[in-house]
Design a protein around this ligand. Structure first.
Ligand code: ADP
Length: 315
């Protein structure tokens, strides 16, 4: 499944061509000279656009994730500005459902960011194994995701790339939103963003089709609607073979609920409300959690790790 983000300032956007830069190959012992700290690389967690993410252990035995970006990929001013913006925004956030940004430092070859380690991978990995989630599980994940998103918005941050692959799970299966690579800070009230960015399946219509007006916080709300649909149905609502066709379906608000799967009327109604094309008419995050799907259904207190492989029995 194509889940690569795009970032481009002219329309129509197409998926980013992954520029072939040599991926980072950090030393086995990564040193933060200024703080006299050493981290031992103990495993690889994943790979993103320009970054590789490793599991590292400090002298006290504490484990973290370490995102490594090679300096050779930061030759342009634009690339540097982008990384600094990601660091500045991520550093400013402190919430139980957002991956904690610990530190950043550099050596001759790379820039390193140490992050809270998420032991249970992403919701994307988990969905692949589970095919789809039960509605109580979806409520649990959504309440935490919406809490994190509300916190970001009150701190003037738009994430702009909320998707299952950027929602991580800690060792207790709690949600941790990560990857602030496309996040934007709204510095003046009423400011609108114009950069076309996001990940095709999750992009709000105003990002693609109202480029004159720009977009704001409501793009995250749209992605939350796409995420909710994906959790309970098992695939994103506007998914098709080619990206242009996905954009057409987003523009025309064309998606269906499968007839062969039990998806409650209430969740269908909530998804339809969230996926309102006009961002001004879209429900607020408060209105979303006040919907009957949340208030009249089971919200589990926790998700057992057994949920990786089989639906838990909440009764
Ligand atoms: P990019 O911004 O380049 O896409 P990400 O921040 O999304 O990079 O990280 C790439 C991959 O690394 C993720 O898909 C995930 O597998 C892994 N990863 C990132 N952050 C963490 C973390 N805090 N804990 C565990 N794994 C992580």
């Amino acid at each position: 499944q194509q889940e690569q983000p795009i970032k481009k300032s002219s329309s129509p956007p197409l998926p980013r061509q992954n520029a072939k830069v040599t991926p980072p190959s950090p030393p086995k012992i990564i040193t933060d000279k200024a703080r006299a700290l050493e981290f031992v690389r103990v495993g690889m967690l994943g790979e993103g656009g320009f970054a590789r993410v490793y599991e590292v252990q400090d002298a006290r035995g504490r484990r973290s994730a370490c995102k490594v970006v090679t300096k050779s990929s930061l030759k342009t001013k634009k690339a540097k500005t982008k990384l600094y913006a990601e660091i500045k925004i991520h550093k400013s956030l402190d919430h139980p459902n957002i991956v904690r940004f610990q530190d950043c430092f550099e050596d001759d070859d790379n820039v390193y960011m140490t992050l809270e380690l998420c032991h249970n991978g992403s919701l994307m990995d988990m969905l692949r194994r589970r095919k789809r989630f039960t509605e109580p599980e979806a409520r649990f994940f959504m309440v935490q995701l919406i809490g994190a998103c509300h916190y970001m918005h009150t701190h003037q941050v738009i994430h702009r790339d909320l998707k299952l692959g950027n929602i991580f799970l800690d060792r207790n299966m709690n949600v941790k939103v990560g990857d602030f690579g496309l996040a934007a800070l709204i510095e003046n009230p009423g400011e609108r963003k114009k950069t076309i960015c996001g990940t095709p399946n999750y992009i709000a219509p105003e990002v693609l089709f109202d480029t004159a007006n720009g977009h704001s916080f409501e793009v995250d709300t749209w992605s939350i609607g796409v995420i909710l649909y994906t959790l309970v149905v098992g695939r994103p609502p506007f998914q098709t073979k080619d990206v242009k066709a996905i954009y057409q379906r987003i523009r025309d608000n064309v998606y269906e609920f499968p007839a062969d799967r039990v998806v409650s009327q209430l969740v269908q109604e909530l998804i339809q409300q969230i996926l309102t094309p006009d961002p001004q008419q879209r429900p607020t995050l408060h209105e979303i959690v006040d919907h009957a799907w949340f208030t009249t259904g089971t919200v589990p207190g926790y998700i057992p790790t057994s949920a990786h492989d089989a639906p838990p029995d909440f009764r």
